[in-house]
Design a protein. Sequence first.
Length: 230
Amino acid sequence: MGNYTTILWDLDQTLLDFDLSMEHALLAVFAQYGLAISEETKARYDVINRSYWRRLEAGELTKEQVTVGRFRALFEELGITHVAPEEINADYQRELGNVFFYIDGAKELVTLLKEKGYRQYVVTNGVNTTQANKMKLSGLDAVMDGVFVSELMGYPKPRKEYFDACFAAMPGVSRKECILVGDSLTSDMRGAENAGVASCWFNPEGKAKDVEVRTDYEIRRLEELMAVLE
């Protein structure tokens, strides 16, 4: 074991493939309400959804304003008036929590790290009930030492206050021995910077770094994390 003994994992699009879960949930709820959905509609929802979560990260919106507001914005664009955004969001969150898809190598890596004695925690902005279901179904709840969902911590990632609350719940864990691994520059890497911990950007597509934020390491495949840790 090298400099780091504790890994703070982002969940969606780092350990679990959120894009696949999102597509499943969208198709399911649109069918449930008898709504047609095209590739353009899915793409537009994705854009709106990401923009709303970034506003949460910036402290501009609450979690409920994000989850309901994204469907309200989409329905306004599509001219849908007979389905309540609140209702479809509730069903969408349920569907999101009913499925999981591992990112390649994720299950094997977290299992290996547990066997090697690393402490592992999930740090996520997702909806609590959805994340709890996915953690249980995927078996990650048995691997992780803890899960910190922003709505239960009182602040969203990447706020310093969020991470202060996380560390208050991890007695005996020092920040210098922690590394945060995630795919988002604005949420995860900025969060690591605000928390005062090392950061590892999971960037499987080799995207250009378009945000001014510190990244201590960058990996394309999750298994590359072992070289960072050892």
